[in-house]
Design a protein around this ligand. Structure first.
Ligand code: HEM
Length: 140
């Protein structure tokens, strides 16, 4: 029972850390887009390479620790939103030549993804430190 509780706590804390890291990566992506626009066009390459490092990898690790931490259903819906958004980021960046109106949506989805990553950080923080009700419901 105690081991189970510790396992959940461990999963939730790691989930929170990974979610925060993901948000920092999204902000870095914005920053690299800014550098490429205002300083050095070569930074577009960094923007494109950096997302390969975290785009799908971090959410996959988050999914694994969310399962370990037995997080509520809303967490998995949020993660599903992250996977769909990352896919759409690739789609909007690469379908530009076929459908030019798709390209500008890259920025809109980037804003959505940033908002979603902040929501994930705050809700996982709440679950770890404030959601006593969630903890009690689970113990029953
Ligand atoms: C204002 C913000 C942003 C701007 C202006 C921007 C712009 C761009 C541009 C110009 C490209 C290259 C497209 C091409 O090859 O024709 C690109 C690629 C890409 N960006 Fe962004 N981006 C922004 C934010 C983000 C964010 C926050 C993410 C987060 C995941 C992201 C993910 C990607 C991805 C996945 C690619 C394609 C990489 C590839 O195909 O290898 N972008 N972006």
């Amino acid at each position: 029972m105690k081991a189970n509780k510790n396992r959940k706590k461990f999963g939730r804390i790691i989930y929170f850390i990974l979610a925060s890291l993901f948000t920092v990566c999204i902000i870095t992506q914005f920053y690299l887009a800014g550098v490429a626009t205002f300083l050095d066009a070569g930074a577009w390459m960094k923007h494109m390479m950096f997302v390969h490092l975290f785009g799908f990898h971090l959410p996959i690790f988050m999914l694994i620790v969310a399962l370990i931490g037995a997080l509520p259903r809303q967490t998995f819906l949020q993660l599903f939103g992250v996977f769909v958004s990352i896919f759409l980021m690739y789609f909007t960046a690469n379908m530009n030549s076929i459908a030019p109106w798709v390209g500008p949506l890259h920025v809109i989805i980037a804003i959505f993804l940033f908002t979603l990553s902040c929501v994930i950080v705050f809700s996982s923080w709440k679950i770890i430190f404030y959601n006593q009700k969630f903890e009690k419901d689970e113990e029953q």
